[in-house]
Design a binder for this molecule. Structure first.
Ligand code: ATP
Ligand code: MG
Length: 573
C-alpha cells in the first residue's frame, strides 16, 4: 500500500472525549471514527487489525473443529419469548417493530437463533456433537458505551455454540474451546489470564473469562498467591471468616448519633473500628425489600446476592422504601426489632463478630454491643461481599488473594440444557429415545481484543503493534521522496517485500522526515526501513524496530532479509 494513496487520517492532538489510552490512540492513529455513541466506523487501518484478529480466531476455531456460518443480526421476538429472555434481558436489548407490527430485536448474542436452527435440523445422535460459530456484528444498548471499541453498542464478536449428546460431551467441547482461546490470545501477543466467572444473563452452570491484564480494565480479577485459583471479582469466593476471639456479650446500649450515617462517620463518632460497625443495606430484589448485613469495612457483591436470591434485578432502595421498611430515615437501618417482616441475609463475616454497632431503626440513633441470636436472627449466612486484598484463598491453605485490573476479551460458558430445554432442542439416541441436547457458548470481542492489545502495547509516541495483529508488518519511509535514488530504492524495497508476502506500507508522501517518523510511530508499525540519501550513498538503509527503538544500518539485501525473517518468526503459530 502506498501511503500517499491510502486513507490514514492521523491526528496530533489528544481527543478530549477519549479516556483510555487505546481509545485515544485508535482515534489519533486514524483507525476508528465515532458515528454515534458506541457506534464506530472502522477506517482502513483499524479494519486491517480487526481482520488480523478475525483470521487468528477463525484458524483456531477451525483447528478446534468448529464450523463457520453466519446468522442474521435481526432476530424475531418470538424466539426470545420462548427462551424467557425477552423479559429478562432488559434495556440492553434493542427492540423494534416492522411495518406489519411484528416485534424484533437486534441480536446481542445468538443462543436463541442457533438453538432454533439446531432443533429444526438435528434429529439423531449421529449428527452430534457439532460446534457452529460466526464472526458477526452484535448490538447491545449498553448504558454507558465508552472507551471506543472496548465498550461499544455495535461491535464485532466471534460467537460459537456447541451441541452435545450429554454433559460429558459438553465438557469435552468446552475444554476444546478453552484451549483454542488460550492459543488465540497467545497468538495475538497478549498477557492474559483465564479466570472463573459468573454466568450472568447468558445463564448456565460454569464459565471462564479471558482477561487481558491492564490498569485501565473495567474488571477486577482475583488470583491466589500460592495456587492456580483465579476468578473475577463478581465470582471470587470468600472463606468463612475466622471466628474472633470469644468475647462475652455486653449489655445492649442505645446511643444517640446525630447526623452520623456512614460507617466511617459512625465508627469515628463512637470511637470504634469500621469492622465493628455492621452496615444494613436496604435493597429491592425484583421490587421486594431485602436487608443485607455486612461488616462495615466490606463491600456488597450484588451478583452474589442476586444469585442467592435468584432474582433478576437488584437495586438500592430509595428513602421512601427505607422509611417504610425500617420506620426510620436512610442511614439508621438495622436488623434489631424491625417493625415489619422482611428478609434479612447476612454476610459470612458476621458469624465471627461480637458486640458490634448497628442502626437502631430510629433517626439519629444506633445500637452498641449488638450480638447475633441474642438480639436478632437472620434468614441465612451467605457469602455476600467482595474479596479484599490479602483475604485467605478459598481453595488452598497457604495462599492469600491478590487483585488485578483486567479487560474481558473472551468468555466461555457451559450452558447445560438452559436453552435446549426452553426451545425443546432434542435428538433421538441409539435406542430411538428422545433426549435433550447439552450446549456451550463461547464469545470473543474482536474490536475489544484490538483495543486491549493497544492498552498493553504503546509508549508516549503511539501504538506498538505486535506483528501478528499489526495493520502492516513493515513501513518503508522514503525520506526526500523526490530524489531519484531514494525514490527508486524505496520503490524496489517495497516491491521486493510485497513479493515476499510482507504486508508493507510505502511512505511515499512529500513530507518532512520528522513528520513521517511521527506518523509511523503513532500507527505502530513494528518494523521500519528508512531510505535516506546520505546512507544510500554508502549503499545502506536503516532498519528500526518500533518496540525497542533499536536501529541497524544494513545493506538493502540485509534489511529485506531481516524483515522477512522477523515477520516469519513472529507468525509461527
Ligand atoms: P461485559 O461484562 O464486558 O459487558 P459480557 O459479559 O456482557 O461483557 P459476553 O456476553 O460474554 O460479554 O460477550 C462475549 C464477548 O464480547 C466479551 O468477552 C467481550 O469481549 C465482547 N463484548 C461484550 N460486550 C461488548 C461491548 N459492549 N463492546 C465490545 N465488546 C463487547
Ligand atoms: Mg455486557
Amino acid at each position: 500500500m502506498r501511503y500517499s494513496q491510502y486513507f490514514i487520517p492521523t491526528v496530533k492532538e489528544t481527543p478530549s472525549d477519549a479516556e483510555v489510552i487505546s481509545h485515544k490512540l485508535m482515534l489519533r492513529a486514524g483507525m476508528i471514527r465515532r458515528l454515534a455513541a458506541g457506534i464506530y466506523n472502522y477506517l482502513p487501518l483499524g479494519l486491517r487489525s480487526i481482520r488480523k484478529v478475525e483470521a487468528i480466531v477463525r484458524e483456531e476455531m477451525n483447528r478446534a473443529g468448529a464450523i463457520e456460518m453466519l446468522m442474521p443480526a435481526v432476530q424475531p421476538a418470538e424466539l426470545w419469548k420462548e427462551s424467557g429472555r425477552w423479559e429478562f434481558y432488559g434495556k440492553e436489548l434493542l427492540r423494534f417493530k416492522d411495518r406489519k407490527d411484528n416485534e424484533f430485536c437486534m441480536g446481542p448474542t445468538h443462543e436463541e437463533v442457533v438453538t432454533d436452527l439446531i432443533r429444526k435440523e438435528v434429529r439423531s445422535y449421529r449428527q452430534l456433537p457439532i460446534n457452529l460459530y460466526q464472526i458477526q456484528g452484535k448490538f447491545r444498548d449498553e448504558i454507558r458505551p465508552r472507551f471506543g471499541l472496548m465498550r461499544g453498542r455495535e461491535f464485532i464478536m466471534k460467537d460459537a455454540y456447541s451441541f452435545d449428546v450429554n454433559e460429558a460431551g459438553a465438557d469435552v467441547s468446552y475444554a476444546k474451546m478453552y484451549k483454542a482461546y488460550r492459543r488465540i490470545f497467545e497468538r495475538c501477543g497478549l498477557k492474559f489470564r483465564a479466570v472463573e466467572a459468573d454466568t450472568g444473563s447468558i445463564g448456565g452452570t460454569s464459565s471462564h473469562e479471558f482477561m487481558v491484564l491492564a490498569d485501565s480494565g473495567e474488571d477486577a480479577i482475583v488470583s491466589c498467591s500460592a495456587c492456580e485459583y483465579a476468578a473475577n471479582m463478581e465470582k471470587a469466593e470468600t472463606r468463612n471468616a475466622p471466628a474472633c476471639e470469644h468475647a462475652d456479650p455486653r449489655p445492649l446500649e442505645r446511643v444517640t448519633t446525630p447526623g452520623q450515617k456512614s460507617v466511617e462517620e459512625v465508627a469515628a463518632f463512637l470511637g470504634v473500628n469500621g469492622a465493628q460497625v455492621v452496615k444494613t443495606l436496604v435493597l429491592l430484589a425484583d421490587g421486594e425489600p431485602v436487608l443485607a448485613l455486612l461488616r462495615g469495612d466490606y463491600d456488597l457483591n450484588e451478583i452474589k446476592l442476586k444469585n442467592h436470591l435468584g432474582c433478576a434485578e437488584i437495586e438500592m432502595a430509595g428513602d421512601d422504601v427505607v422509611q417504610k421498611v425500617t420506620g426510620a430515615p436512610s442511614g439508621y437501618a438495622g436488623p434489631v426489632g424491625l417493625p415489619g417482616k422482611v428478609k434479612v441475609v447476612a454476610d459470612l463475616s458476621l458469624q465471627g463478630l461480637h458486640n458490634f454497632v448497628v442502626g437502631a431503626n430510629a433517626a439519629d440513633t444506633h445500637l452498641k454491643n449488638v450480638n447475633l441470636e441474642r438480639d436478632f436472627s437472620v434468614d441465612g449466612f451467605v457469602d455476600l461481599r467482595n474479596v479484599v486484598l490479602g483475604d485467605a484463598c478459598p481453595r488452598c491453605e497457604s495462599g492469600t488473594l491478590e487483585i488485578w485490573r483486567g479487560i474481558e476479551v473472551g468468555h466461555v460458558f457451559k450452558l447445560g440444557t438452559k436453552y435446549s430445554k426452553a426451545l425443546k432442542a432434542g435428538y433421538l439416541d441409539a435406542d430411538g429415545k428422545e433426549q435433550i441436547i447439552y450446549m456451550g457458548c463461547y464469545g470473543i470481542g474482536i474490536g475489544r481484543t484490538v483495543a486491549a492489545c493497544i492498552e498493553q502495547n504503546h509508549d508516549e509516541n503511539g501504538i506498538i503493534f505486535p506483528i501478528p495483529i499489526a495493520p502492516f508488518q513493515c513501513i518503508v519511509s522514503a525520506l526526500s521522496a523526490k530524489e531519484d535514488a531514494v525514490k527508486e530504492t524505496s520503490e524496489a524495497i517495497y516491491q521486493e517485500l510485497l513479493e515476499a508476502g510482507i504486508e508493507v506500507l510505502l511512505d511515499d508522501r512529500d513530507e518532512r522526515p520528522g513528520f513521517k517518523f511521527k506518523d509511523a510511530d503513532l500507527i505502530g508499525i513494528p518494523l521500519r526501513i528508512v531510505v535516506g540519501a546520505k546512507n544510500l550513498a554508502d549503499g545502506r538503509v536503516e532498519l528500526k524496530e518500533r518496540r525497542s527503538g533499536a536501529v541497524e544500518l544494513l545493506t538493502i539485501a540485509e534489511a529485506v532479509a531481516k524483515v522477512k525473517a522477523t515477520v516469519k518468526e513472529a507468525l509461527q503459530a
